[in-house]
Every structure is written in C-alpha cells, then in structure tokens.
Design a protein around this ligand. Sequence first.
Ligand code: SAM
Length: 277
Amino acid sequence: MSTLWLVATPIGNLADLPPRAVDVLSHVGLICCEDTRRTGLLLQHAGIRANRLAVCNDHTEMSRIDDVLGLLGEGRDVAIVSDAGTPGISDPGERIVKAAIEAGYNVSAVPGPSAAIMALTISGLDGARFTFEGFIPRKGAERTARLAEIASEHRTIIIYEAPHRARRTLTDLREVCGDDRMVAVTRELTKLHEEVARGSLADIDIGSPRGEYVFVLEGATAEDPVADDETVRRALRDQFAAGSSTRDAAALVAKQLVRPKRDVYQIAIALGKEPDE
Ligand code: SAM
C-alpha cells in the first residue's frame, strides 16, 4: 500500500540529511514543501533528480489534500518536508497526515533533525519529562495566559522564538518565572555560529539577537513563589478585555496561576467588575 512520508531535513547543516531521506525523496511521486526553491536546493545537494514539488504551507495545506490522496490512491508514495527540521513540528503537515490516516493509507516518517530535541539534549536541563510549547502567542490575553501556564509548569519547557522577539520573550519569562529559573538559550543550531548560553533568567544576556532561537526553560519547583496579586490582576484584566465574565475569568486565572479560586474571585470583584448574577 502507498505511504505518506514525513521526512525530516537539516536545520542548518546539509550533512544532516538522513540517508533514508534521500531514498524516500528519490522515489516518491510528489514532494510537498514550504518553498520549492529551498527544497530544490536540498534535492540538488543530495543528488536527487528533479522530482515533482508542490507548495504546502499554512495557506495551501488544505487545498493539497485532494492531490495527495489522489496520488496515494494511484499507489504512489508522497513525501512532506518543511524548510527545516521535522514536518508537523511548528510546521505544516498535520492536516494532510490526518486526512491520509482517515482515508486508510500508511503514514510513516524518516526521523531526523528537530531544533526542539537538539536544544533539549544540549541544554543540561532535565530531559526525563518535558513539554513543547513551540511559538508563544505574540500578544494580548492569549500571551498572558500562556506565560502563566509556562510559569507553573513543572516539566522542562521548550520554546521556539524568532530573532526579533527573543529579548521580549526572555524579559516576559523572567517576569512570570522569577530571576532564578534556569534557561538554556540556543541559537543557530548545527550552523557555523551555533551558540548555547546557560544561566538564570536574571543572568542571561543574549546581546544583539541574531539567527533562530530555541529556549529550554527549567520547570517550576515546589519553592517557586506563587503568582502575586498584581500578576493575578494583570491576567484578569486581559480576560475582561477578551470579554470573559467575572466568574469565567476568575476560574481560568485561578487554574493558570495555581491560586485558590475564591481569592482570585475577590480580586476580580475588587477590580471593579460587577459580580455575575
Ligand atoms: N519543524 C522545525 C523543527 O523540527 O525544528 C521547526 C520549524 S519552526 C517554523 C522554526 C523555528 O525552529 C525557529 O524560529 C527556531 O525557533 C527553531 N529553529 C529551527 N532551526 C533552528 C536552528 N538551526 N537553531 C535554532 N533554532 C532553530
């Protein structure tokens, strides 16, 4: 039976293309990729003769499903690659995978590079239990809520970030997690200027941000301070701005910041919001 292949590609160093990836990319009937030029260069580097490429990104992934299922139906294999790393990990792929599974086709992978796993393994932090956050929402109530969840998470946390937002995110993490939380700031992994800075959130200085970042953050410990009232007020204001009722906002913020619901409800009322009927 035909197979949909998720093929991992290098995150910076072209020598990291797994040999089995070359086999698969050579024989499939279609390669879905984010950028045909970039994938074309990779294929050229691997000595793979021009194969059929189709753009599959956040906007086009849904419209590719019919093409992919059509080829699988004809008995041809199809591959999905992304610009770098493992498809489906903060990259397109997931929706086609679901469609192929639902239609009863094989789905398999050629495993290989992923910035998240590389950053975790070189971070020096606890790798036994970890959680992957990908990109944190950029602003508003969603960002406040996610930061609060991260602050109370006990497992090691992996976060992706773009260069121009790296400083802001580290500052926000320090605000919600405190000065002492350890972090590994990894940059340009597998590339010539690969760097890892390890230290507390207060001590880390990334200089002028360049390249792509993965932050690996130590999980919360039992001694970590619970969120203070001001942090609770900020989170509540965001929830009110997003249209939540007093009760809903208090319940959500209490859960996120691990504070008793009754305390948070009192703070919400003191903020001037009328109690719910
Ligand atoms: N699917 C990819 C993977 O498996 O790692 C991730 C794609 S996501 C769109 C891109 C983000 O991954 C970047 O913003 C950065 O956070 C991280 N990343 C990718 N390559 C990296 C590298 N060489 N060094 C550091 N971070 C990298």
